[in-house]
Write a protein that binds this ligand. Structure first.
Ligand SMILES: [Zn+2]
Length: 441
């Protein structure tokens, strides 16, 4: 009995100190990884980042991917670290943010990734998260969704969008209440369904409206470009695409393998009778191989598949996706000339703009790279498939935090001389088109 008591005390002490230590370590990792390399105020050539994203005006920014629900921070107050929270969304005029829930992350960041160990699982076990999150991937996603609901309730001026009507009401109300912001719940990787397609109903009821089919590993529904087999959509995955279309959920192909890309587009064509895909897809956060080499980024073939669905590519801001960075070997250099730009926030915005111009080039089949000298000559349809995919708080450094998103608009305006109507498409309009097509009434 005495021995048992002692063993219990030892276990409890280990658990407590282990947890405290892990929370401190996790917070430190977050502070180091989710860095904004430049601090506000964010301006370009003397003009504030949010110059045309003014309060009360319809124009705002929409961003397809951020991971702050993994953080221990209270998102209703301005954080001392990290990239995004409600006050910073308001300051940056970032009106609508997709909040993605991450449930699995192997210690692997390239290709051939195996499922174990799962770093997000360890974080939940030792991070003083509810027991429901310890060994359950779906439990983890649902807990993060619950956190967003609690933040929404505490804030009072934040709404979670579930339907097309929610979206339109939000847009109308925001005209008279510029403090009003909104979020859409997403999941990164269908492993969160734990192989059971019936969980789609559970997630839908919990408010999820975007499914990223894969993250770093293959799952029962789809193959990841980083996965062991990087396979195509499975039979179960095909059924799931149909269920998502029927329910009104956004299909996100970030991290998906090329065979999955092709199979999803084929399935979306097969569902309708017109021979065209019945829904647009998004790639919520990515770079493009046309400007940055890693396999993480989209090839021209994949860009064309998104265009075929009339979808949107959320161009990321983080250095590994779009630059600027200098690799250990020169072949990994990416937009390294921008490292000479003294303002790291501006360098990030310029790197993202270059990736956007590559999407425009592929969309319209332009022979030469689109440059500041040629961009304004392109037809508006060339910019129809470009959106924002920050990856804020995704454990990747970015030049600015959510208050600096408008820098993208400033660079498009001042460097590329794009018309305000085209900039509005990129910052908001294209993404609204996809949301209106996908969400249930
Ligand atoms: Zn991701």
């Amino acid at each position: 009995m005495k021995f048992l008591k002692g063993a219990l005390y030892t276990f409890a002490t280990f658990l407590l100190f282990g947890q405290v230590g892990c929370v401190i370590l996790a917070e430190q990792a977050e502070q180091r990884a989710n860095v904004a390399k430049s601090k506000p105020p964010y301006t370009y050539k003397g003009t504030p980042a949010t110059a045309d994203l003014a309060p009360g005006r319809p124009l705002m920014a929409i961003d397809w991917h951020a991971d702050p629900l993994l953080s221990y921070r209270d998102l209703t107050v301005t954080g001392t670290y990290g990239h995004v929270d409600f006050p910073r969304l308001r300051k940056g005029k970032l009106g609508l943010q997709v909040f993605t829930t991450v449930t699995h992350q192997p210690a692997c960041f390239s290709t051939g990734c195996k499922p174990f160990p799962n770093l997000v699982g360890i974080k939940h076990v030792y991070g003083i998260s509810p027991l429901s999150t310890w060994f359950s991937l779906s439990g983890r996603a649902l807990w993060q969704a619950e956190k967003l609901r609690r933040f929404a309730k505490a804030d009072g001026n934040f709404r979670i969008i579930r339907t097309g009507r929610d979206l339109e009401t939000f847009l109308t109300d925001r005209r008279t209440n510029p403090d009003l912001i909104a979020g859409l719940l997403g999941v990164e990787g269908l492993h969160a369904l734990e192989g059971d397609a019936k969980n789609v109903d559970v997630f839908f009821k919990a408010g999820f409206r975007l499914f990223g089919l894969t993250h770093w590993i293959d799952n029962a529904f789809a193959g990841s470009r980083h996965g062991e087999k990087a396979h195509a959509l499975t039979e179960k995955g095909r059924d799931l695409i149909r269920a998502m279309v029927k329910k009104g959920m956004v299909i996100d192909l970030a991290h998906a393998s090329l065979p999955t890309f092709k199979a999803v587009v084929a399935e979306l064509k097969a569902i309708g009778s017109s021979g065209r895909p019945v829904r647009p897809v998004v790639v919520s956060h990515t770079g493009v191989q046309g400007t940055c080499p890693p396999t993480r980024n989209l090839t021209n073939e994949e860009i064309k598949l998104v265009v075929e669905t009339d979808g949107v590519i959320g161009v990321g801001f983080w250095t590994h996706a779009v630059g600027p960075r200098r690799g250990k070997e020169r072949k990994d250099d990416c937009q390294a000339d921008l490292l000479a730009e003294p303002n790291r926030a501006v360098a990030s915005a310029k790197a993202a703009a270059r990736a956007m111009m590559h999407v425009a080039r592929v969309t319209c089949g332009v022979a030469d790279p689109v440059t500041p000298a040629t961009a304004a000559q392109l037809a508006p349809r060339c910019f129809r498939h470009i959106g924002l995919g920050s990856d804020f708080d995704g454990y990747a450094p970015i030049g600015f935090d959510a208050r600096g998103v408008g820098l993208i608009a400033r660079v498009l305006e001042m460097d590329y001389k794009l018309k305000p109507s085209i900039i509005a498409m990129i910052m908001m309009g294209n993404s609204l088109r996809v949301l209106r097509a996908a969400l249930p009434e």
